[in-house]
Design a protein around this ligand. Structure first.
Ligand code: WT7
Length: 652
C-alpha cells in the first residue's frame, strides 16, 4: 500500500455564503448542520427512519439498517416495499403533472420538454415494450446510448419493473461494450443508430454490429432512431425502438413492481484509470433515499429551481443527479446532448440563459476547458438566474474555483465541491451551501450519516493537516452492496486495507485544523520526492494558478538521488506559446507557491493531455511518456488517443 501523503497546499481564503442565501436555505448555519450531523451519526437509524418518511412506500421497513462486518453485508430498510420510478414519477402527478421533469436540449439546439405526466407515460410505454419482449424482475438490460431522452426513460422503465440496468457510456469502444454485456449477461441492449456530437454524426449501431454477434446473452437489440439514416438491422434480433413504442398493444400505463428494499436497481461498471472494470451494484431503497436527500440538501433544492447537471448518464453523476435525485424531489432537470464547445465555447451559458438555470453542476475539467477560451464568451450571456454552482469528478484547483466563482457565479453563488464515487451512489463530502464558509479547493464536510475519517497507513487517524487515506467507518444508504458476481473483488478493493468493515475509497486526503476535508487525489497518483509523498494534484494546482496556464498534469520519473523527479505537462491558455523562459518562470512559481521540493524538473508544453472519457487525466500514459518509453500501453479507452503521438514526439 502506498504511504501516506505529505500535504503542502497553503490555501487559506474563505468565502462565507451571502446572508440572503443563508436565510432561504434548508440548513442556515454551521451550528444547524453540526447538530443534525451529530444526531445522524449518534442515532443513524432514528435519523434515516425520519428521512425515509419523505419517500413513498408500498410497505414500510421492519429494520432501518444492519451491517454484518464479517460477511460485508449491509442492508437498509429491510422488509420495506418500494419502487424508484413510482417515487420519481407517479407520486408527483397530482401536484406537478404539468411541471417539466426533463428539459432536453439537443446537439443542434432544438429542445423537448417532458412534463411529469408525459415522462410517466413514456416510461410506462417503454416498460411495456420490455415486458412484451420477455423482461422480468432481475433481468439485465444494457444501454449504450447518446444523451437522448430515451436513455432516461429507458432506465426509469427498468426500475419500474425491477429489471437491472447497466448503462455503458456511449463513447466506450465496442470491445468494452461486449465485455460489459457478457459480464452482466444482458438480455436486451438499447442503443441508437447514430450519435450527434458537435458537427459530427457518429455511427453507433454500425460500430458495434460485429461485437454484437458475439454477445450470446442478447435476445433483442432495441435501436433508437436518432436520425433517419440507413442502418443495418439483424432480422429477429434488432427492433426499432420507436416502432416498438408505437405498437397497438403497448399501453400508456404500467403497474410499478413492489420491490424489496435490497433488490438490485442497477449495475454500473467502473474502470477508473487502471484495471479491469468492476460491476458496481446499487440497490433500491437505500440508493433512492440517499440520492433524494443529498440532492435536496447539497443543492439546497427549491420547487422553482431549474437544475442542470452537465454529466453524461453513462456515469454515476448522471444516474444520481440528472435522473434519480432530481426526479425523486420533483425537480426540473435539464439534459444536454451536445458538447460545451459547439457551435461555440459559450454553449453552456447559452443554455443557462435559455432555460434560466438556477443550479449548475459540472466538472473541473469542463471549467478549465471553457475558461481557456476567455471571459468574453461568458459575458455575452445573462447568467443572473444562477444561484448555486457545483463541481465534481476531481479535485478542483483553487484557481479554477476562483474563476468559476467570479466569472460564472458573479461572486454571488456558493460552489459545492462534491466528493464521491461510482461506488458511493451519492455525494459523501460537500459543503452545505447555506451553512459553510467555503474554502476554494476543499470539499469541506461529510454529509449527514457519513462517518468519514482520515487514516494513516497504520490505521490510526491522521492529525490535522497530515495527509492520509479517506475512509468511511460505517455504511451509508447509498453504498455499493457488492461487485457484480465478484464478492471477493468487493472485499479486496474496498475492505481489505483496514480491518473491521472500514470502507477504503482509494483517495488521499487531509483535514485542516478547522475540520475541512481536502481531497488530494487518487493514491495511485502519488510521487515520492526526496522522501516526501506528494499528491500530484497539489503541484498541478500550483501550476494552474499561474496566469498563462489552463491545465497541468504532473507525473514522476525515476531519479537517482531524489527517488522520483517531477515531469509536468502544461497546457497554456488559447493563443499562448511555451518557451524556455516560461519553463523557468513556472518552476519558480511552484517553488514560491508550495516550496522548492515540488518544483518540476521537466516541463513539456502540450496542446492536450490524454484523458478518460469522463475527463480524468490518464497519468499512467503520461508516466510512460515521461519515462521515455516507446510503448505507452493501452490507449483504447482514451477520449483523445491522437494526442499521445504528439506528446511522445515533443518529449523534453
Ligand atoms: C473519483 C471517483 C463522483 C462522481 C463522478 C466520478 C475523484 C470525484 C471529486 C472531488 C476531488 C474527486 C476521486 C474519486 N473525485 N469528485 N469533488 N474532489 N476528487 O465518479 O468515476 O467513480 O470517480 O473521482 O478521486 O475517487 P468516479
Amino acid at each position: 500500500m502506498a504511504k501516506f501523503l505529505d500535504s503542502i497546499s497553503k490555501e487559506t481564503r474563505k468565502f462565507p455564503p451571502k446572508e440572503s442565501f443563508k436565510k432561504k436555505a434548508h440548513i442556515k448555519s454551521f451550528a444547524e448542520y453540526k447538530k443534525l450531523y451529530n444526531e445522524s451519526i449518534k442515532n443513524p437509524d432514528t435519523f434515516w427512519a425520519k428521512q425515509a418518511e419523505q419517500l413513498d412506500w408500498f410497505k414500510k421497513w421492519d429494520k432501518v439498517s444492519s451491517w454484518n462486518k464479517s460477511k460485508l453485508e449491509c442492508k437498509w430498510f429491510e422488509g420495506g416495499k418500494i419502487n424508484i420510478s413510482y417515487n420519481c414519477l407517479d407520486r408527483h402527478l397530482k401536484e406537478r403533472g404539468d411541471k417539466p421533469a426533463i428539459i432536453w436540449e439537443s446537439n443542434d439546439g432544438k429542445s423537448k420538454v417532458y412534463t411529469y405526466k408525459k415522462l410517466h407515460k413514456e416510461v410506462c410505454k417503454f416498460a411495456n415494450v420490455l415486458k412484451k419482449r420477455g423482461i422480468k424482475k432481475g433481468d439485465r438490460i444494457c444501454f449504450y446510448m447518446p444523451m437522448v431522452p430515451e436513455l432516461a426513460i429507458g432506465i426509469l422503465a427498468c426500475v419500474r419493473l425491477g429489471a437491472i440496468h447497466s448503462v455503458v457510456f456511449g463513447g466506450f469502444s465496442p470491445q468494452s461494450l461486449q465485455d460489459r454485456i457478457d459480464d452482466s449477461k444482458a438480455k436486451i441492449l438499447v442503443t441508437s443508430n447514430v450519435n450527434l456530437h458537435g458537427k459530427k454524426i457518429i455511427p453507433m449501431k454500425e460500430a458495434i454490429d460485429a461485437v454484437l454477434l458475439k454477445c450470446k446473452s442478447l435476445k433483442y437489440v432495441l435501436v433508437n432512431k436518432r436520425k433517419n439514416v440507413a442502418t443495418s438491422m439483424k432480422k429477429g434480433r434488432d427492433l426499432w425502438l420507436q416502432d416498438e413504442l408505437k405498437a397497438k398493444d403497448i399501453e400508456n400505463t404500467c403497474e410499478p413492481a413492489k420491490l424489496n428494499s435490497e433488490d438490485p436497481a442497477f449495475i454500473l461498471y467502473t474502470s477508473g484509470t487502471t484495471g479491469k472494470p468492476k460491476g458496481v451494484v446499487h440497490t433500491t431503497a437505500g440508493y433512492l433515499m440517499y440520492t433524494y436527500l443529498t440532492f435536496k440538501y447539497v443543492f439546497d433544492y427549491r420547487e422553482e429551481d431549474v437544475y442542470w447537471c452537465t454529466a453524461d448518464i453513462g456515469w454515476v453523476t448522471g444516474h444520481s443527479y440528472i435522473v434519480y435525485g432530481p426526479l425523486a424531489n420533483g425537480a426540473t432537470s435539464v439534459m444536454f446532448e451536445g458538447i460545451p464547445t459547439y457551435p461555440n465555447p459559450d454553449r453552456f451559458w447559452e443554455i443557462v440563459e435559455k432555460y434560466k438555470v438556477s443550479i449548475f453542476y459540472t466538472a473541473p475539467t469542463a471549467i478549465r476547458a471553457i475558461a481557456r477560451f476567455g471571459d468574453e464568451w461568458v459575458k455575452k450571456h445573462d447568467l443572473s438566474s444562477l444561484r448555486l454552482l457545483g463541481s465534481v469528478g476531481e479535485p478542483i484547483n483553487p484557481d479554477a474555483w476562483l474563476w468559476y466563482h467570479k466569472v460564472i457565479g458573479r461572486n454571488k453563488c456558493p460552489i459545492v465541491d462534491t466528493w464521491w464515487q461510482t461506488e458511493t451512489g451519492g455525494i459523501l463530502v460537500t459543503p452545505l451551501p447555506g451553512a459553510v464558509d467555503l474554502k476554494p479547493g476543499s470539499a469541506c464536510f461529510p454529509f449527514f450519516g457519513v462517518k468519514t475519517n482520515i487514516y494513516k497507513e497504520n490505521g490510526k487517524p491522521a492529525k490535522a493537516n497530515e495527509g492520509g487515506f479517506i475512509v468511511v467507518e460505517k455504511p451509508w444508504p447509498g453504498m455499493l452492496r457488492t461487485v457484480y458476481k465478484n464478492p471477493d473483488r468487493f472485499r479486496k478493493t474496498y475492505f481489505s486495507q483496514f480491518k473491521g468493515g472500514i470502507y477504503f475509497a482509494g483517495d488521499g486526503a487531509k483535514k485542516d485544523k478547522e475540520g475541512y476535508i481536502w481531497i488530494l487525489g487518487r493514491i495511485d497518483d502519488v510521487v515520492n520526492v526526496s522522501g516526501h509523498r506528494l499528491g500530484t494534484s497539489e503541484i498541478e494546482s500550483a501550476l494552474v494558478s499561474y496566469k498563462d496556464v489552463s491545465e497541468a498534469a504532473v507525473v514522476p520519473y525515476p531519479h537517482k538521488i531524489k527517488g522520483d523527479a517531477l515531469y509536468a505537462f502544461v497546457t497554456l491558455k488559447k493563443g499562448l506559446k511555451g518557451s524556455d523562459e516560461l519553463v523557468q518562470i513556472l518552476r519558480k512559481h511552484v517553488a514560491k507557491e508550495i516550496g522548492p521540493i515540488a518544483k518540476p524538473d521537466k516541463i513539456q508544453f502540450a496542446e492536450g493531455v490524454p484523458k478518460t472519457r469522463s475527463g480524468k487525466i490518464m497519468r499512467r500514459i503520461l508516466k510512460a511518456i515521461a519515462e521515455g518509453k516507446e510503448d505507452v500501453g493501452n490507449t483504447t479507452t482514451l477520449a483523445n488517443p491522437e494526442v499521445v503521438e504528439t506528446l511522445k514526439k515533443e518529449r523534453v
